[in-house]
Design a protein. Structure first.
Length: 109
């Protein structure tokens, strides 16, 4: 009986450790690209992909959990608006063309 108790405690401990130390892996958002701007690391994430040419994207600061822009993109003009939003939030750096081309490549626009 003591062995089963120790095994059970070990399994519970591993479950708790994986919950606290691997939250990004459990989030389910696919990181499309990462870049540095003003000394901060940002990530472009695909939250959901509705079909081959439409998906919901977000820009966030890596490690902080702070989301800057989040929108559904299905056309080149929507990708450009999303990139303009992100560029406005990330002041001092022009990342608009990088974000637009990354999203267009992902969605095949």
């Amino acid at each position: 009986m003591k062995i089963f108790k120790k095994i059970g405690l070990g399994i519970i401990s591993l479950g708790l450790i994986s919950t606290f130390y691997i939250p990004e892996a459990k989030a389910g958002n696919l990181t499309i690209a990462e870049f540095n701007a003003n000394g901060t690391r940002y990530a472009i994430k695909l939250v959901t992909k509705l079909n081959a040419s439409t998906g919901k994207f977000l820009i966030k600061e890596v490690g902080s959990g702070k989301t800057n822009c989040k929108t559904l993109i299905g056309s080149a003009s929507q990708a450009a608006r999303f990139a303009a939003c992100a560029s406005a939030k990330i002041s001092g750096v022009d990342v608009e063309s990088f974000i637009t081309s990354t999203i267009k490549n992902e969605l095949g626009l």
